[in-house]
Write a protein that binds this ligand. Structure first.
Ligand code: ADP
Ligand code: MG
Ligand code: ZN
Length: 600
């Protein structure tokens, strides 16, 4: 930075010098002879002066040249002298001339000084800009913030409610503490770890905690900082970052908001994405180029993994994904406890109740909640923060969050609970379906308000007809539960319906599983994928058959729906109980569900 600045000041000085030289050169070209005023008067009297131009204190003109051609003239100038005095001086034949006080220095100062002032101001502002965001002088330089171990006193203790993610990262800490040990054993160390989860769940915090726990330097950089106005800068920044990181190894390089940089290439049409592409390519090159044995671990965080370029997620790059999910009730309780340590709350504060009141909130919301409550207590002149303050803070935050569509209201939570319980109950009642592992009504992502996780016990390559039908019934169980309990249905089932319809269509068109249409394959692929004219699947069967297929798809769906309704009617008691449990705990695992079934 210093160097560059001096360099530009030199330019100014050299420029000034050139102007001065040029000026004197031009002046010499028009060589004007300066003559004393007395000589001027003599020349005047001998008719040697050809023409004059008179100003207040100068006379310029042309005079004849002695001994030259008759028409040859020469420029001259003289300084005017007080006319009265000049006649007097002339009488005594004294050589006299006028002189103008030199203004050279004054002239120079009058324009050099403002120039210097201007340069000074410019420098001052550039320096200030440079401090905030790289100005002109730091182009191409790396902006990664480097935290040394002692600056970063975040540890795993500060991150609560995300135990699964923490467990995954313990190994990384082990590696960073003694990189040599892992190398000796020949184990493959993860190169890139991608933290995935909704905003505010503590991804950035976790990355810092990994650095804090292992006590290594932590390079932190946001994806958007790579994307620069000038083409090529982002790429050079990436290069720079890795050079620095290798010097400081073992260390962690953390790229926050990777999606800003790593959006799939070819997205977004107009200008600017070229630069991002270059930067991304450079990142991929660097990632391939370094050996994790040197002890550099690359971590990144994103809340939109689906838009990332697939190249980033390939093995050898960000191949380990750590899900940082929204906390459940117990998780929220733990997070609240972490943040409550920072304020003075009443001793018998019911943290469990507080956690109950905050479904859908993430770590950042809870930190905000505690802070908000503390501020309220200050405003009320209280010595300690009590439940009333927390309750009001919850209201404030929920009112703000509702716009963000994150926290679902009581009625919707009920619908979701019965819906999910419906899926689970149908699955449990039908033999041969995948066991239910987890039911949750913690909203995830944008679309899903809850989910029922069924995990197959073994890899399957063939599916029997009854299994497919059972699967359809399970998918429809959600909607069936809504109808039985509330007498109304909601939009929450749209994904279920899409999947059920897909299965049913495949059964009829591809697998020949329809009694009515028989063992016929109706879903012929176009002959050549390259000659696909968009007229897929037409002409393979008649319109009448197409109608029959549609009828049959519908028939399968409605038959399975009736079956799901039947199962749930018979087990309405368990449905109610399970939904209540779900509302209370937000998450039920397979074992708890089994216990529930057996108890009734
Ligand atoms: P993200 O990077 O996932 O968007 P952050 O890590 O920036 O979220 O979290 C913002 C703040 O919220 C943190 O500084 C911390 O105070 C609080 N926070 C978030 N998650 C947790 C958590 N799991 N435990 C404790 N505090 C949390
Ligand atoms: Mg973050
Ligand atoms: Zn569903």
């Amino acid at each position: 930075m210093e160097k560059k600045h001096k360099f530009s000041l030199w330019y100014v000085l050299i420029g000034m010098w050139i102007v001065l030289i040029a000026q004197s050169y031009i002046a010499s070209m028009y060589a004007v002879q300066t003559i004393p005023y007395s000589q001027f008067l003599t020349l005047l009297k001998t008719e040697k002066i050809v023409e004059v131009a008179i100003t207040a204190n100068k006379i310029q003109g042309k005079m004849k040249v002695d001994g030259g051609a008759p028409n040859e003239t020469k420029a001259f100038k003289t300084i005017r002298v007080d006319p009265e005095l000049s006649t007097f001086l002339e009488q005594y034949k004294i050589v006299f001339k006028g002189e103008i006080e030199s203004t050279f220095l004054r002239d120079i100062l009058s324009w050099v000084f403002p120039l210097l002032l201007f340069v000074g101001i410019w420098y001052f502002f550039m320096k200030k800009m440079g401090a905030q965001q790289a100005g002109f002088m730091t182009l191409g330089k790396n902006k990664a913030k480097i935290y040394m171990e002692n600056e970063l006193n975040v540890t795993f203790k500060d991150v609560a409610g995300v135990d699964e993610a923490k467990q995954e990262l313990v190994e990384v800490v082990e590696f960073l503490k003694s990189p040599g040990k892992f190398g000796e054993l020949g184990g493959r160390i993860p190169k890139g770890i991608l933290l995935v989860g909704p905003p505010g769940t503590g991804k950035t915090l976790l990355a810092k905690a990994v650095a804090g726990e292992s006590g290594v330097p932590f390079f932190s950089l946001s994806g958007s900082e790579f994307v620069e106005m000038f083409v090529g800068l982002g790429a050079s920044r990436v290069r720079d970052l890795f050079v620095q990181a290798k010097e400081k190894a073992p260390c962690i390089v953390f790229i926050d908001e990777l999606d800003a940089l790593g959006k799939a290439r070819g997205f977004g049409a107009v200008g600017g994405h070229d630069e991002r592409e270059q930067t991304l390519n450079q990142l991929l090159v660097e990632m391939d180029g370094f050996d994790p044995k040197v002890g550099v671990i690359l971590m990144a965080a994103t809340n939109r993994p689906e838009i990332l370029d697939p190249a980033l997620l390939r093995p050898g790059r960000f191949d380990r994904h750590v899900l940082v999910d929204r906390p459940d009730k117990i998780g929220r309780e733990e997070i609240l406890k972490v943040h409550l340590k920072k304020i003075k709350a009443v001793e018998d504060l019911d943290v469990g109740k507080l956690a109950n009141m905050t479904p859908g909130m993430v770590g950042a919301d809870l930190a905000n909640l505690v802070n908000e409550a503390a501020l309220l207590a200050v405003r009320r002149d209280k010595k300690e923060v009590g439940m009333p303050e927390f309750e009001e803070a919850v209201e404030r935050i929920i009112a703000g969050l509702e716009k963000k569509n994150r926290v679902i209201n009581v009625e919707e939570r009920q619908i979701v609970a019965y819906h999910e319980m419906g899926h689970a109950l149908v699955a449990l009642s039908l033999p041969g379906t995948d066991p239910v592992q987890k039911i949750s009504i913690i909203p995830r992502g944008i679309a899903a308000l809850g989910y029922t996780m069924q995990v197959p016990t073994e890899d399957r390559f063939l599916m029997k007809r009854t299994e497919l039908l059972n699967k359809i019934a399970c998918l429809l169980g959600g909607r069936a539960a809504e109808e039985i309990i509330f007498g109304d249905i909601s939009t929450g089932a749209h994904n279920d319906l899409a999947r059920a319809t897909d299965i049913s269509r495949s059964m009829i068109k591809e697998y020949g599983m329809s009694d009515k249409l028989g063992q016929v394959y109706f879903a012929r692929e176009p002959r050549s994928p390259f000659l696909d004219t968009g007229l897929r699947e037409t002409g393979d069967y008649s319109d009448a058959t197409a109608e029959a297929i549609d009828e049959e798809i519908k028939a399968v769906i409605s038959k399975e729906y009736d079956r799901a309704v039947d199962i749930l009617r018979k087990n309405k008691g368990i449905l109610e109980k399970g939904a209540q449990l779900l509302l209370e705990k937000e998450k039920i695992d397979g074992a708890e569900l089994k216990a529930l079934m057996e108890s009734s």
